[in-house]
Design a protein around this ligand. Sequence first.
Ligand SMILES: [Zn+2]
Length: 65
Amino acid sequence: MAICNKCGIELHKDEKAIYKRLINRAATEEELLCKRCLAKKLSVDESVIDEKIRHFREIGCTLFM
Ligand SMILES: [Zn+2]
């Protein structure tokens, strides 16, 4: 199982996918961040990350399958 590199929380598969989609497609499990830490890193609200997850799923991004 993958955990957040910052806060140690267990990661949902959407959180792994959005990290890869927004930060680095080749990210290793050790550098992944949860939604909240990713939002902080990007200086956006957590809801923005949710919105992006929904968007990428809608356009059929394979990371979210
Ligand atoms: Zn975290």
